[in-house]
Design a protein around this ligand. Structure first.
Ligand code: NAD
Ligand code: MG
Length: 380
């Protein structure tokens, strides 16, 4: 059972919910990190009194240092400071950073031997082979926080042989624009796309849910976490977000995990695995759920799932390329610089890059990321 916890991305949607769980379970917080919200992290630091806090934004870190001068909390700055917090050797590190910025901290946590409670799916999307290899070498567990992957992880408890798994089924709410045609998607505004029907999340993942890129990223995440072939992972639209994902076994039994949509269940399970405790989340009253429905996704209108499947098929650095194109396009859409359907068009373009196949280094991942963002070909 873990006692000490470092929370990366503590000011975000996942980070603040992780602190709710930490408060309830009485974990000792060793470090808190974020990008630039000095005001929020100052409050958190005063409550949890970690040994360290870090802000990636160096100017904000300097302000925070002054604000926390009356406390024993040490303030670190820059991405190096965030990685230092991840490397303290805490019992567990919860990575709630958004985007590829979470990759180096993920590796830092694994290398320092901490159990990794992973919400930052982009770590696995951009460098799944490296992350999984490092975790295997260090013998460090990676515990999924993403609700679908937590559901699969829970549904796999008791499975002694991977050969008995026929299929993993990721559920998807379908987002706010489910059922619309391509023509109806053209004029979607950021405000409309930021309005998710079931989950309250950070801005980037909310847009990813609206484009279905989130499910594409989750497909890649599932392949790495559970060591299955891409074709053995299916996606089902389930509008109610009650069944969080399913595993189909050799005998055609299907095991699923259900609950009200609240990330504090998967966060707590990752931090208390294999045990379960009371949680602040409401109980699921199935008699109150009018109906649970399931249908196939419309992959012709929403192309991101197929694009991510293709990136996996091409292998090597293609998932990192697709991720980079998405991170950039997602941010541009939120700033009103491109249209909603431009996001998937741009993500698809990343498949046309000429990238080395097979093994890659961490430098290769960041070089690919930069070249896709700058829209230049990668030198091979
Ligand atoms: P968010 O935007 O609410 O929070 C992101 C956090 O990362 C913030 O604390 C921010 O300060 C920090 N951060 C941003 N850029 C950084 C940088 N360059 N260096 C260091 N820290 C940085 O995002 P979120 O919704 O909490 O999502 C976090 C991660 O969890 C994402 O990978 C997302 O896909 C995944 N996830 C989120 C949810 C959810 O319900 N929010 C569910 C499943 C998975
Ligand atoms: Mg998810």
């Amino acid at each position: 059972m873990i006692k000490s916890l470092c929370v990366l991305g503590s000011t975000g949607s996942i980070g603040t919910q992780a602190l709710d769980v930490a408060r309830m379970r009485g974990f000792k917080i060793t470090a808190l990190t974020a990008n630039g919200r000095a005001d929020i992290i100052e409050k958190q630091a005063r409550e949890f009194l970690p040994e360290y806090v870090a802000l990636a934004d160096e100017k904000k870190a300097a302000e925070l240092k002054i604000a926390l001068a009356d406390t024993p909390v040490k303030v670190l700055s820059g991405s190096g400071g965030v990685e230092e917090c991840a490397s303290l050797g805490s019992d567990a590190v919860l990575n709630g950073i958004v985007g590829i910025a979470g990759l180096k901290p993920t590796l830092a946590a694994i290398n320092s031997g901490s159990a990794l409670a992973l919400a930052n799916k982009e770590s696995l999307v951009t460098a799944g082979a490296l992350v999984m290899k490092t975790a295997a070498e260090k013998g460090t567990p990676i515990l999924p926080v993403d609700s679908e992957h937590s559901a699969i992880f829970q549904s796999l408890q008791g499975c002694r042989d991977k050969k008995q798994i026929k299929r993993l089924i990721l559920t998807a709410s379908g987002g706010p624009f489910y059922g619309r045609s391509l023509a109806e998607l053209k004029d979607i505004t950021p405000e409309q796309a930021l309005n998710h029907p079931n989950w309250s999340m950070g801005a980037k993942i909310t847009i990813d849910s609206a484009t279905m890129m989130n499910k594409g990223l989750e497909l890649i995440e599932a392949v790495w976490l559970f060591g299955v072939a891409p074709d053995d992972v299916d996606v089902l639209i389930h509008r109610q977000s009650i069944v969080h994902s399913l595993v189909e076994y050799a005998d055609n039994s299907v095991i699923a995990q259900l609950g009200v949509p609240d990330m504090r269940i998967p966060i707590q399970y990752a931090l208390t695995y294999p045990d379960r405790f009371e949680s602040p989340v409401s109980r699921l009253d199935l008699a109150e759920c009018a109906a649970l429905t399931f249908s196939k996704p419309d992959n012709e209108t929403f192309r991101c799932i197929d694009i991510c499947r293709e990136a996996l098929r091409k292998g090597g650095l293609y998932p990192a390329a697709v991720n980079a194109a998405n991170e950039k396009a997602n941010a541009m859409f939120r700033k009103g610089l491109i249209g909603f359907t431009d996001i998937q068009d741009r993500v698809e373009k990343a498949l046309e890059y000429s990238l080395p196949a097979g093994e890659y280094s961490l430098d290769d991942v960041f070089e690919t990321d930069a070249s896709v963002r700058e829209e230049r070909q990668v030198g091979i």
